[in-house]
Write a protein that binds this ligand. Structure first.
Ligand code: DAT
Ligand code: MG
Length: 136
């Protein structure tokens, strides 16, 4: 059993895709451990995307991430980190496998519907950042 952290990004919330996306994770056997609709500010986005803040693509990504409500979630299950990234698909929707969330719904590399932690260490860091009340 492992835990991972997921974001349903503002584009997907605005497009009415929350139910579709959560359903894909649940049908893959993952369990929702925490779930929150919220809007973040720029400094919070900087903490979440700390490894990207120096990159050229970051300023418009930051603007996008604070542009509207998003859904933050903790999911648990067997191979949760790997399963979520497989269901999400490649970062660039043009490269994503058919049937993945990004292939089906994302409109660009930047507005790509979902985030999933990329390792156990990242999942721990992101869960502590987004759900501090659940972290010991
Ligand atoms: P992932 O979200 O698949 O883990 P990442 O960590 O490399 O991808 O990048 C984080 C987010 O930044 C990604 O979901 C969308 C945005 N991004 C990455 N590369 C980009 C690029 N070349 N142009 C625009 N946005 C980009
Ligand atoms: Mg990443």
């Amino acid at each position: 059993m492992s835990k991972t952290f997921v974001i349903i990004k503002p584009d997907a919330v605005a497009a009415g895709l929350v139910g579709d996306i959560l359903g894909r994770y649940e049908r893959a056997g993952l369990r929702i451990e925490a779930l929150q609709l919220r809007q973040i500010d720029g400094s919070f986005a900087d903490h979440h995307y700390v490894e990207h803040i120096e990159k050229d693509f970051y300023p418009p990504l930051r603007k996008f991430m604070i542009s509207g409500p998003l859904v933050a979630a903790i999911l648990s299950g067997d191979q949760a980190i790997e399963k979520v990234r497989e269901i999400n698909g490649a970062t660039d929707p043009a490269q994503a496998d058919p049937g993945t969330i990004r292939a089906d719904h994302a409109t660009s590399v930047r507005e790509n519907c979902v985030h999933g932690s990329d390792s156990e260490k990242t999942a721990e860091r992101e869960i502590a950042l987004w759900f501090p009340e659940l972290t010991g």
